[in-house]
Design a protein around this ligand. Structure first.
Ligand code: ARG
Length: 460
């Protein structure tokens, strides 16, 4: 008979058993569920709501179940529906009558909310630790390449020169924001719902603060209806995971381009590329493509849950059981993507000579040439037009601006002098962008130092 079978005259249809049972996936919450139950039983005993001896027996029983689950010795039953009832059933089988007192003053509704909150808290911390490793890799590449010139792009057209270090530090900003976002996810999840009961609290004199304290929560849910129906914190995790995947995906897109024969900015390590079954010459950036592709499924997990929740009346509805698979999938995808991406990035070889050659060939110093004329007294709008004509000429002649002789340059403006060659060199273009947040090597070093401080001080 089902744990809730008292009111029923017929057994559940076999199709339904299979359809609504969640043990297949929520067994992943065994650790959280059992830990939560240990705290609940401890509090029940302390409050005298159940006999102390029963509370002790329950705690011992739960510990032995946890040990067996972790050793892979427990077979869960489809028939017992979900992790909560599987654990309770096992407990009563092991310790007898006392086991039946565990669920006093509790519902699966506050229980599952608790398990999910514990899972999200752990997963947010875990994500931060992998994001931190990636940020460290970025800092080390940036340090090495604060002076390595590369073209910066807008519209996928070469725009102005930057450095590889500056480019890496852009991603550092993105992933350090991801760390902060995950910290906020942790804080939103850090509210204990136990005591909300099925929806309307409980008549037993629970000590909610004590259970929260035993489980390391910093506060308790302040409305029982919200406490059992709130899944915002799962959405928060899925959103933070989606944004982080989006950042990884943009980075992958760049590495795929840079690794192409057309760019040749980067050489991926053999260990992170794959070959073709037919074309012998191929070395494909599959890993980066796969991360880019997996971003879609994490967005799907977010959209799926938002859609599941949008029409739900308060409070708990079984629809909410659909929160878990997406959450688990997003967590697995995010963590694996961060791991493999970090390993791939740290083994990439950057072909800095090709990068700087590309910067030189792409008129990336055209803005600087205009600025040069401005510094000699011309109005910017006029200088823009002069350099525009100059570039058009160079395009036709297949030359870079500084390939022209001073005499040729002077046919576009009398203001050009010998010093233009130095003023518009790639090195000067980068060094002169000496503004907070700019690519001048000294500024990049400042950002790197700020990044190091951020990582050293950041805790969840
Ligand atoms: N397996 C359920 C879930 O994941 C647990 C809560 C069930 N509560 C209920 N009243 N049926 O949401």
């Amino acid at each position: 008979m089902k744990l809730w079978g008292g009111r029923f005259e017929k057994a559940t249809n076999g199709l339904v058993d299979d359809f609504h049972s969640s043990i297949r996936f929520d067994q992943r919450l065994a650790h959280q569920d059992i830990t939560g139950s240990i705290a609940h039983a401890t509090m029940l005993g302390e409050q005298g709501i159940i006999p102390k001896a029963d509370a002790d027996a329950i705690v011992e029983g739960l510990k032995s179940i946890l040990a067996d689950v972790e050793a892979g010795k427990v077979e869960f039953e489809l028939d017992a529906e979900d992790i909560h009832m599987n654990v309770e059933k096992l407990l009563t089988e092991r310790i007898g009558e006392a086991g039946k007192r565990l669920h006093t003053g509790r519902s699966r509704n506050d229980q599952v909310a608790l398990d999910c909150r514990m899972y999200v808290k752990e997963s947010a911390k875990e994500a931060v630790s992998y994001q931190r490793e990636l940020c460290e890799t970025l800092l080390s590449i940036a340090k090495q390449h604060a002076e390595s010139i590369m073209p910066g792009y807008t519209h996928m057209q070469r725009a102005q020169p930057v450095t590889l270090g500056h480019h890496m530090m852009a991603y550092f900003q993105m992933f350090s924001r991801d760390m902060q976002r995950m910290k906020e996810v942790y804080q939103h999840a850090d509210v204990c719902p136990l005591g909300c009961g099925a929806l309307a609290g409980t008549t037993y004199p629970l000590n909610r603060a004590r259970t929260a304290e035993l489980l390391g929560f910093s506060s308790v849910a302040l409305n029982s209806l919200d406490g059992v129906s709130d899944r915002d914190f799962v959405c928060d995790y899925l959103y933070a995971a989606s944004v982080c995947m989006m950042h990884l995906s943009r980075f992958c897109e760049e590495l795929i381009l840079w690794n192409s024969h057309e760019f040749k900015f980067v050489e991926m390590d053999d260990g992170f590329a794959t070959g073709s079954s037919i074309m012998p010459q191929k070395k494909n950036p599959d890993v980066a493509e796969l991360i880019r592709g997996k971003t879609g499924r994490v967005y799907g997990d977010l959209m799926g849950l938002l859609t599941t929740l949008k029409g739900l009346p308060l409070t708990y509805n079984k629809d909410m059981q659909e929160d878990k698979e997406g959450l688990f999938d997003a967590r697995d995808t995010l963590i694996k993507s961060l791991m493999v991406f970090n390993a791939m990035l740290s083994t990439c070889t950057f072909r800095t000579e090709n990068m700087s050659r590309s910067a030189e060939g792409g008129f990336t110093n055209a803005t600087d040439a205009a600025d040069y004329l401005v510094k000699k007294g011309m109005a910017f709008r006029d200088a823009h037009a002069v350099i525009g004509h100059l570039v058009l000429h160079c395009v036709k002649e297949n030359k870079a601006i500084l390939d022209l002789s001073l005499a040729e340059l002077k046919t576009f403006s009398e203001l050009f002098e010998e010093d233009v060659y130095e003023a518009c060199s790639m090195r000067a273009c980068v060094t002169l962008r000496d503004v907070t947040g700019g690519p001048a090597p000294g500024r990049v070093q400042e950002t790197i130092a700020a990044g190091e401080r951020f990582l050293a001080e950041f805790t969840v």
